[in-house]
Design a protein around this ligand. Structure first.
Ligand SMILES: C[S@@+](CC[C@H](N)C(=O)[O-])C[C@H]1O[C@@H](n2cnc3c(N)ncnc32)[C@H](O)[C@@H]1O
Length: 222
């Protein structure tokens, strides 16, 4: 049970065989849930129409968001790994919430439809620093594609960043999980050029990783 009274979504229907291919909720996942919980009132007050999670894995994060919003919003999840897409559907169903799930490389298939319409965007990317060739070598169904981030652990994220400003609605927010090695200041700078401001919502050390959740939104008009 989380502090707000919202439970961590039930994922007891997923077993060790599923987690051979699909990212098992871990410290990073739970920090993202804690960040959404910390911002729960803010998110609920917004009454977002469209919430999108990129890289949904087991589906606990988008399911948590759908629960938080009491099925008010259209919740959409994408994952490149077809088994993760299936797990996300199962987790939403297990917890009785509606989530649309698409098997896609980032938002490629959907980007024109989402342009300017995303009220809440969430991403816990493959953030581990690896040799660059690891990112192209791993297949979409491989568990390694959950964590292999290439140079600075940013190669997957860096393909999404140029589109964030255009995707978000005027009041839209972007929650992004990063580690120190991802060079958060550099990410801030890239999004500042799209007129998005940043705050560190929550941070935590987990073993060797220093994890944080950054929250971005459009600058107020000057
Ligand atoms: C670190 S896991 C996070 C999973 C889940 N959101 C969580 O917090 O537990 C990253 C997820 O991104 C997915 N992913 C990796 N590359 C992707 C891409 N190019 N497009 C969509 N999803 C991708 C992986 O399959 C994996 O499910």
């Amino acid at each position: 049970m989380k502090m707000s009274g919202l439970k961590t979504p039930d994922y007891s229907h997923l077993h060790s065989e599923d987690f051979q291919d699909v990212y098992e909720p871990a410290e990073d996942t739970f920090l993202l849930l804690d960040a959404l919980e910390k911002d729960a009132e803010f998110i609920q007050r917004k009454r977002p129409c469209v919430c999108v999670e990129v890289g949904s894995g087991s589906g606990v994060v988008i399911t948590f968001l759908a629960q938080l919003l009491n099925n008010f919003s259209m919740c959409l999840a994408v994952d490149r790994n077809p088994k993760a897409a299936t797990s996300t559907k199962r987790t939403a169903a297990q917890n009785g919430v509606a989530v649309e799930v698409v098997n896609s490389d980032l938002l490629s298939a959907l980007q024109p439809h989402l342009h300017g319409n995303v009220d809440v965007l969430v991403f816990n990317p493959p953030y581990v620093v690896t040799p660059p060739e690891e990112v192209s070598r791993v297949g979409s169904s491989s568990i390694a594609s959950s964590w292999a981030g290439g140079t600075n652990g940013r190669e997957v994220l860096d393909r999404l960043l140029p589109h964030v400003g255009q995707l978000l609605s005027a009041e839209g927010v972007f929650y992004l999980l990063v580690i120190k090695e991802n060079k958060p200041d550099d990410i801030r700078q890239i999004l500042a050029e799209q007129k998005l401001s940043c705050e560190v919502l929550i941070e935590r050390r987990a073993g060797p990783e220093h994890l944080s959740v950054l929250k971005f939104h459009h600058d107020p008009p000057s």
